[in-house]
Structure formats: C-alpha cells, structure tokens
Design a protein around this ligand. Structure first.
Ligand code: PLP
Length: 428
C-alpha cells in the first residue's frame, strides 16, 4: 500500500492493511481498499456513506442484484436447518434437487452434476473427467486443446489450459503442455483444430473453450459458428468438448447458457459464479451419461478421485436453487433491456477515436482503448480510479474496458456509467 499510516483509516481498513493479502493486488503500490458495509441491488455502500454502482457484478458473480431477498431468505432458512454434511456418506435435499433443476435447464444431453467450490475447481474436475474418461476406456489420450487468450482459473490444471500470460509466467515450467488454437476474435481456430486433429488424432483427449466470449483474456467475443464448428469436429473424433461457462452461464450473454447461441451441447459444462446469484461460492461440472458411465466399474481405480471439503454445501445449494427460480421471464426482460442500452450507448461511444472494437454480447459490453496495450497497461487503473471517483466500479482488463452489470441495473444506472466513460474517452 502506498499510505501505510493507519491514523486516518477506519478500524476495519487498518486491520485489513495489517493482516490481509488481497487477490491480484500489488500491495506495494495499490491504494487502500474501501470499506464496504452493505449492498443492495446494483449498489455497494461504503463506510463513509458512498453508494457505488457495481459495474462488474463483483467479479461477474452477481446476477439478479446484491442481497436479493429471495436468495437471502433461502440461505437463512437453510443455515438454520442443515449447514454442512460430508457429501459421500450423505446426500441432502438442496444438492439433489439442485442437480435435478440444473439438468432441466442446461443444454440437452448432460445428465450428471459434480459439485465443487468455484470456477477453477469446476474446470479442474472437468479436465480430470475428460482425461480419465479416455483412460478408463483403455485409451492413452493425453493432450488438451485450448484457445489463445483463454482464462479458466488459477489452480494448476486451470492455469495450464489458460493462456500463458503475466498471471502464469512465474509457474510456466510447472504447467502441462496444451495445443493452442488461435483466438477466434483474430484468427481461425477451426482450421487450426483440423490441423491438430490431423497431426495428433489419437492423442487429443479434450478441447476446452469459453463459448462466445473469452472473458479475462479481454472480453473477446466471437461468432457462434466457431463454437458450432469446434463442437462438431470434437464429436466426430470422440474428443471431449468442455464448455467453460463459469462467466457466461446463467444469462450473462443473453440466453441461459452461451452454448445456446450456437445450438450445441457440450460433453462437459463448467459452472460457477452466477450459479448462486453471486451469494456463495459453488462450482458444478455437468457431464453426459457416456462420460459418467465410463467411471462405473467393479474396479475402484476407475473412480473419479476428486472432491472438496465443502462439496455440495447445503447453504450454497439452497442459494443456487433460489437463484434458479429467479431466472424467469422478468430476468430475461431485464437482460434484454441491458443489451439494448449497451448496443445504443456503445455505438455513440465508438465515435471517439480512442474507442476501438466496440462489442456487445447480452449483458456484456466491451471496447479496447487505443491508449495502451496488454493487461499491465496503466490506462486501466487510471480509468478505474476516474470512474470510482464518480461512484462507478469498473475494472478494466488493461486497455480493455467492459461493463458487466447486475441484471437489476436500471436505465438511469447505466446512463451514469456511460456518461463516465464518455467523459473519460473525450479527454483524449
Ligand atoms: N473460468 C472462467 C471462464 C472464468 O472467467 C473464471 C474466473 O474469472 C474461472 C474459470 C475461475 O473461476 P474462479 O475465480 O471462481 O476460480
């Protein structure tokens, strides 16, 4: 932190500065964090009375809005009834019913839900399922295919399938080899996939993609026809097709799941973030019956030996069930309204010469600023500070600016966000 004198800080911030190590935070140069005391709808309220619009849904998790009373009530009720139970000996209503309810809304053909903790662990489980699926059937397929600029999480398997970047540099020599296809926003991953199949047909176990938008890689959006073409080719070669919908699931791109844009079903679907409406951590890896059945055997070595202490935590599952019930026509109308506002305002913003590649997908809007390049570009923190001073939370990915609001955001809320962005870009 730049200012380590604690005299002007609240007790909470002083304790934080003394004791906490924040994620993705360079403590030597970052400003002290703000103390948030409560949240409601699309707003975070700070200790000093500020009301800050959550323009990034608190790291893409908040769907309906903060502290939605329906989800809060479901959590309270569940917490008073069954807090936690080991998910091997036991099952329980929140998990079993949630699995059923998820299967009713995920793309066709998926039939088993494996619970974990977050997006990274949902991906870890998916990668392990795909590799062991082949191994259990007696095939030694070892290679995973992934996209350039992909991001799938921060654990080692998830890092391995993610693009090599400033996030992974210190660990590069520990990450497993992946066949990398071009980023679909700039290149042709389909032809590259064809070439990879021609060269490594019997060794490719799986392909993992973020359908329709590479999130952390820069909100890089691409056409549904590419998702469709990759899926078709994978199916023809018995290559497990993993759709990482940790960001895109639960309506973020318009339809319930981004695979819906392409009309495809994956072999494995990774879910997290919005699954609980943004209240509690929960991951789910949803697989087809074919994959599940490859693990059934008298030989216990064919078991999926993967799990986490809090697997299928009843309170998180209750939150997810309540959140699913809120994914109704009203939610769709909210998302459609955000999409329409994004589309109109990005068109205006794009008239500024520093705004490049404006793009919108469902509730996500993004553009590149020509003022910098890459994740460490200083223009990102500069814009974040400019917006925060006007009570808008946005967190550019380097020179990539995006708005990803909770679904309850109003036209007035978004008008303020876009006027802040207009002011910033018109300074150049
Ligand atoms: N997959 C995708 C597409 C993501 O965007 C993220 C996080 O941003 C993850 C996986 C990792 O999720 P988590 O941060 O919950 O581990």
């Amino acid at each position: 932190m730049t200012d380590t004198s604690t005299s002007s800080m609240t007790d909470v911030v002083a304790a934080d500065v003394r004791a906490v190590w924040h994620p993705y935070t360079q403590h030597a140069i970052m400003p002290t964090p703000l103390e948030v005391v409560r949240a409601e709808g699309a707003y975070l309220h700070t200790h000093d009375g500020r009301r800050i619009f959550d323009g990034i849904s608190s790291w893409w998790v908040t769907t309906h809005g903060h502290c939605h009373p329906t989800i809060a009530a479901a959590i309270a009720q569940q917490a008073a009834t069954l807090d936690q139970a080991i998910f091997t000996t036991f099952t329980h209503e929140p998990a079993a019913r949630l699995a059923d309810e998820l299967l009713a809304v995920v793309p066709d053909g998926l039939s088993r839900v494996f619970f974990s903790d977050d997006g990274s662990t949902a991906v870890e489980a998916a990668v392990k399922m795909a590799l062991q699926y082949h191994a259990n059937r007696g095939f030694a397929r070892r290679t995973i295919v992934a996209l350039e600029n992909a991001y799938h999480g921060d654990t080692f398997g998830a890092m391995s399938v993610s693009a090599r970047s400033v996030f992974t540099d210190p660990f590069a020599s520990y990450l497993f080899h992946v066949i990398r296809l071009p980023d679909p926003m700039d290149g042709d991953p389909v032809t590259a996939f064809d070439e990879a199949i021609a060269n490594h047909r019997d060794d490719i176990a799986a392909i993992i993609i973020e359908p329709m938008v590479l999130g952390s890689g820069g909100m890089r959006m691409y056409d549904a026809s590419i998702v469709h073409a990759l899926r078709t080719r994978a199916a023809a070669q018995d290559i497990v097709f993993i759709a990482d919908e940790v960001l895109t699931g639960f309506g973020r791109t318009g339809p319930m799941f981004a695979c819906g844009h392409a009309g495809v079903s994956p072999d494995i679907l990774c879910l997290s973030k919005g699954i609980t409406g943004g209240f509690l951590p929960l991951g789910a890896t949803v697989a087809t019956d074919v994959i599940f059945r490859s693990f059934l055997s008298d030989d216990r070595r064919r078991t999926l030996f993967h799990g986490h202490s809090y697997t299928a935590n009843p309170i998180a599952c209750a939150a997810a069930r309540a959140s699913l019930r809120l994914m109704n026509a009203e939610s769709q109308a909210q998302r459609d309204r955000i999409h329409a506002i994004h589309t109109a305002r990005m068109a205006t913003l794009a008239c500024n010469r520093v705004v490049q590649r404006p793009r919108v997908l469902g509730t996500i809007a993004a553009f590149d600023l020509s003022l910098g390049d890459g994740y460490l570009s200083p223009v990102g923190p500069e814009l974040a500070a400019f917006a925060l001073a006007q009570d808008v939370l946005i967190r550019p990915l380097g020179n990539v600016v995006y708005v990803l609001p909770p679904y309850c955001s109003t036209a007035d809320d978004l008008d303020h966000v876009y006027s802040v962005l207009d002011q910033f870009v018109s300074r150049f």
